[in-house]
Design a protein around this ligand. Sequence first.
Ligand code: CA
Length: 240
Amino acid sequence: MTAHRLLLVEDEPSLARTVSDRLVAEGYDVEIAANGPSGERMATEGDFDLVLLDISLPRKNGFDVCRDLRRKGVATPILMLTARNELVDRVLGLKLGADDYLAKPFETLELLARIEALLRRSQAGTAASGAAADTARGYRFGDVRVDFDRAQVWRTGEDGAEAEIACSALEYRLLRFLIENRGQVHDRDRLLDQVWGYDATPTTRTVDVHVSSLRQKVEPNPGRPEFIVTVHGLGYRFDG
Ligand code: CA
């Protein structure tokens, strides 16, 4: 069994080192980020099992990092760490998508117990959500929800209300294929085979056109796609 990978986002070097040393001694792989933006980037790009997230961080606080990770569809469990032990922090952290909360100063044993509990829960959750995803027949990423039963795509607006996004049948099939095969890179020929269903009679440019129109509909910023990403020289991949 490979070691669990933990990301520790903590700007206090001595505390980061103490906690990290202890976690490594317990058999975890630990990486450290010393400010909000680098923690967010590492949590987004790295394959971590858990994020330990301080709240008071330089450049971007832990609440904002947590909220933006969840908005991007990063589902890695987050344990928030804070010097402030107020109920409002706890409630806000959990509301923004954190999974648990630990007030500083904490006992190492308490931290280890929380980490183990979260990892157990997330492993059970992954197994369960795999089954649930099949029965629920839908998928969420960012503020978009795809309903596989009805072949509909919905987006939650600023006001919290959902509105349907009009997609063509091809756009919908392309989106669904990308979601069902998320994390994999698909070249244009494969997408033509799988989504269009015939062997590349249209040019591969057709794929680019449809990807572009789909991005306009589901990406928060179509000019800088977060979900339907281009893998240069290879094709496209769904990250969400
Ligand atoms: Ca701090």
